[in-house]
Design a binder for this molecule. Structure first.
Ligand code: G3H
Ligand code: 13P
Ligand code: ZN
Ligand code: NA
Length: 310
């Protein structure tokens, strides 16, 4: 059966590693990820966004993840990524998810607390855990000037009150990561505010922290895409050594979506470049799925450190 993240986060915190939370949208992505986790005996979080639910439909994703459970026998949590309302969280809790994120980071501190608390009460009454968020991740289009960026980082002085008043089980914080494949401007030095993470860790001992927007945007895949007809200029991610450092600290969940998209797309483009005559989806989706598996194995072993921890 699916599990919550409680046990995995406890072990990850104590062991100084992190669990990978991978976004899933279809069968090939789920199979690639779970095959890697099976080979590495790693616990897994499979997460579904509102957009993924719209694309693939709730029931298909739940059933595909259930199929992965039959196939692997691993501890797997099924998580709602970036729920923006009580209703979508309730729908996922009622529909078999074991974890939900209520992302109230766009609201005021008080409104974020109110909304998050409402979700926590319902979730806990139904055996489900909740991730909240404090601070705003820089958006891809944000014209970042230093002061605007500064204002959006998580304020460590707020975390204790947020966690105690809401009862959340984990907390996503903003320390300089961002969503998508263009996290830093060309020439800009990638940086994360480890000082904020350390402060949060001190104020909230033993509490699992989540990092969103944590793809590395692996150059190998970007280069393949561009060499095979794609056009991704200046795609830049979070350096792996920074993620390893975060994983050794209070960060227990690292969210990865963009890297999966890049690996899948690179596999498909590369296949079509060498086999323009192919049109059977199995021909081009097989190498794409293999790319996902290889990427996830690399993450589990070399970035997250959760291999062998299932
Ligand atoms: O945080 C966003 C995730 O990458 C999911 O993206 O909303 O396009 O499915 P999506
Ligand atoms: P990336 O875009 O860096 O993969 O982040 C994914 C994420 O945070 C999903 O919630
Ligand atoms: Zn996210
Ligand atoms: Na950790």
């Amino acid at each position: 059966a699916l599990v919550t993240t409680t046990e995995m986060f406890k072990k990850a915190y104590e062991g100084g590693y992190a669990i990978g939370a991978f976004n899933v949208n279809n069968m090939e992505i789920i199979q690639g990820i779970t095959e890697a986790a099976k080979e590495e005996n790693a616990p897994l979080i499979l997460q579904v966004s509102a957009g993924a639910r719209k694309y693939a439909k709730h029931a298909y994703l739940v059933k595909l993840v259930e199929a992965a459970l039959i196939d692997t026998d691993l501890p797997i949590a099924l998580h709602l990524d970036h729920g923006d309302s009580f209703e979508i969280c309730k729908s996922c809790i009622d529909g078999g998810f074991t974890s939900v994120m209520i992302d109230g980071s766009q609201h005021s501190f008080e409104d974020n607390i109110k909304l998050t608390k409402q979700v926590v009460e319902y979730a806990h009454a139904h055996g489900c855990v909740v991730e909240g968020e404090l601070g705003k991740l820089a958006g891809v289009e944000d014209d970042v000037n230093v002061s605007a960026e500064d204002a959006s980082y998580t304020r460590p002085e707020e975390v204790q009150e947020f966690v105690s008043r809401t009862g959340v089980d984990s907390l996503a914080i903003a320390i300089g990561t961002s969503h998508g494949a263009f996290k830093f401007k060309p020439g800009q030095k990638p940086q994360l505010r480890f000082d904020i993470l350390k402060e949060v860790e001190k104020l909230l001992p033993n509490f699992p922290i989540v990092l969103h927007g944590a793809s590395s945007v692996i150059p190998k895949y970007v280069e393949t895409i561009n060499a095979c007809g794609g056009k991704l200029d200046d795609a830049i991610g979070i350096p792996e050594e920074m993620l390893r450092e975060a994983a050794s600290m209070a960060v227990c969940k690292i969210n990865i979506d963009s890297d999966l998209r890049l690996a899948l797309t690179a596999g498909i483009r590369e296949h079509f470049t060498s086999h323009p005559e192919h049109f059977d989806p199995r021909q081009y989706l097989s190498p794409a799925r293999d790319n996902i598996r290889d990427l996830v194995r690399h993450k589990l072993v070399n970035v997250l450190g959760c291999n062998g921890k299932a």
